[in-house]
Write a new protein. Sequence first.
Length: 486
Amino acid sequence: MENHATMLVSPDLKQSISASDTRMIIFSADSLRLITTSEALRHDLNYSQAALNSMKVTDLLRDLDSEKFLGIVYQIQTNRTNDFPLNTAMQRSDGSSFSVVLKLSLMQLQNSPVIVATIEAPQRQAMTRVSEREARLEQIVAKVPSLLFQMRQGSTGLIQFSFLSEGCENLLGIPPESLYANARQLFAQIIDEDRESWSIQLRESAEKLEVLNWEGRIQIDAWKDTKWISLRATPEDDGENGIQWTGLMTNISHSKSHEQSLRQSRAELADLYVHLNHEQEEEDIHIRQALHDDLGGNLSALKMMLTHFWETSPDVNEFLTQKPYIEKLVNRSLRLVQQISTEIRPGILDAGIVAALDWLATEQENQTGIHYELRSNDDEMALDPSLVTQLFRIAQAACANIREYAQASAAEIHLYDGCSELLMEIIDNGKGYPASAQANTPLNYRLREMRERVALLGGDFSVASRSGKGTLISLRIPLPEKTVID
């Protein structure tokens, strides 16, 4: 015969709860008598519904008696709390028990208070959380526009993939099941020029357990396409199982295309700079010749004609009166022409780099009072005229910085022909260049000019400077075989 508590629940509701997969109990809030239990919970407890109908909820709880549990129920009733959590343990019919979390909620059935308890096992909760995390991870992996992977290299050196995300075929053109079966399909796609770097970096990553960071190209024949791939993975020593890498493969073809375009643009700009510089030097030669040969010649002829006129016409008093001024004007014009011609392109460059640097050192010493010394291992150094001009311009810029910034008392220019390369050094004993010099100053502009000239010659450029200890500018220029004269 049913007790009063069980009569509170309608047959339809009781049937619904009984058949539910959710582990659930409904019991009286006053007497704690069980009203109904779900089939899933009856299965866990190994009790029949008939046996449960004569029991209180505390008969199923290992750690709580009726007095303590009624206190909890009173608290729920007073605070109108839903899903009140209670950690405890439930006893099976055979006396064994298992940990659970009861979530208790208050309800009214036929004006009588009842408690609905849903039961969750901690282990089941943990499994649910793990499943949820796995589902979220799968969603994230599916949306990553790259290929997540795990691969392992055993003692034989053979590589196998243990995980490949959904982006595998889109990135590599190979279905994941094919790569699982034979990882060599991927490595066979690496183009010949990049295979050595792949082998070296894979070996070093395995030996040193350092991050594998490789960029290279793969050829996908089916698509007639070549892709740049970035592969970055972290290794882990798995003992007898070998080395396992976990990482990411990404298509970097777009960025590599931009990088190649940028390199090409820089090369074109460098070629343009060389061309414009050559054109400028040619124009300088032309202007110098025009000034020196044409204008200078004309002024010299004018001076000779005036001298002849004054000597043959001594009675022309007005011209005789102006003779000193006219001579002075003509002489000043001749000196100006010579000065401009020298500044545009010193004629001494035609005598070779050693003679040009010797002239530069003498000029700088005369203008600034700084003692200059030139040292060279070959006074007859024969170089290409364009190289002579570039070296002279570099030395000119260095001397200008010494004159304007160094506050030096002495400087040296060294020039050494090493057959395969040329070494030039400009040294001063001045105050040194400030480490934090502003970028937009003549000092830094000249340093950048020197660096660019050396780079265009395929050489190396360096500046060593210490406060109060002076500065050393050094450059090494490779010499083609044809420029070396025995």
